[in-house]
Design a protein around this ligand. Structure first.
Ligand code: GLN
Length: 295
């Protein structure tokens, strides 16, 4: 049955919650009850607690919006995209079709970079940070939110992503310390940087087809496609890091499962030494940290 025939203004919150969760479960979504709750709260503009405490209220005119959101989710559009928002590092981010949905895995990179700055006693210094392929801006903005004297540049090939990142920086109170440029990697910026970060596209072109539909159909291809072997972007990032890091400066990149050794060795070929892999919360080597050698 089309969604707008079983979600009507007379449907109560409680009924809608159950019907939507059942439809999502039947469609084999991973977290049907959670998705139902989040979309209901978004469509009705209520808090989760209101859904729990007042389930007998009819959903009224929000029915149309809810039916539309449920139909989108049934086509595998991620909840974050439907809501236009995703939290990362405890901060809110607005999304667009031109940006990857921020992933919890990527917080591993933020944590590792911050730890390195603290270990060097430089967390309060006027660090210069460069984020290559900034997307929503989530990595740079999270870092600036924790490093009060730092400034940063985020670069993206997509003008829409750069715009989105700028809005996100302003929304999170770091807009004065961040600038966002459209560009082909770092062609337009000048050395030196203390810290370079990147979550580049790293899926092998031939592996994109096998990704979950939520990713394959909705994350921008530009943010996923890492060329035939998935490593194309790391050559560019390594070359830019060698050119732009100050001696002793740090590079942190996210990598796909199984890519850590290849990426570490590739960076070593660019003169970026002492690389180490850092594991994410699932135990997968997710981040490579390399240092620009002193000489
Ligand atoms: N982490 C994303 C995924 O698993 C890929 C992001 C990327 O290529 N940087 O689909």
């Amino acid at each position: 049955l089309p969604v707008d025939q079983w979600i009507t203004p007379a449907t109560t919150r409680g009924e809608a919650r159950r019907l939507v969760a059942d439809a999502f479960a039947a469609a084999r979504l991973d977290t049907p009850a959670l998705d139902a709750r989040v979309l209901l709260c978004k469509a009705l503009d209520i808090a989760a607690i209101d859904l729990a405490t007042e389930p007998d209220v009819a959903i009224g005119p929000a029915a149309a919006a809810l039916a539309d959101m449920v139909a989108r989710r049934l086509r595998r559009e991620p909840v974050a995209r439907i809501c236009g928002r995703q939290e990362f590092w405890g901060l809110p981010f607005t999304l667009s079709a031109a940006t990857l949905v921020p992933r919890p895995d990527t917080e591993t990179l933020v944590e590792a970079a911050l730890k390195a700055m603290r270990d060097e006693g430089r967390a309060g210094s006027r660090l210069r940070i460069l984020d290559l392929g900034t997307g929503s801006g989530c990595i740079l903005i999270a870092l600036l939110s924790e490093l009060p004297a730092a400034t940063g540049v985020g670069i993206d090939l997509s003008p829409e992503a750069a715009r989105m990142a700028r809005d996100n920086a302003a929304m999170n109170g770091v807009g004065e310390r961040a600038s966002f440029l459209v560009g082909d990697w770092a062609a337009a910026v000048k050395a030196p940087f203390d810290l370079i970060v990147s979550n580049p596209p790293y899926i092998g072109t031939g592996d994109i087809e096998a990704l979950a539909p939520d990713v394959k159909l909705y994350d921008p291809r530009l943010a996923l496609d890492g060329g035939p072997d998935g490593l194309a972007a790391y050559w560019r990032v390594g070359a830019e890091a060698w050119r732009l890091l100050r001696p002793g400066g740090h590079l942190f990149v996210e990598v796909g499962a199984g890519q850590a050794g290849d990426v570490g060795r590739l960076f070593a070929q660019h003169g970026l030494e002492d690389w180490v892999a850092i594991r994410d919360l699932a135990g997968i080597e997710r981040v490579i940290h390399a240092t620009h050698r002193h000489d």
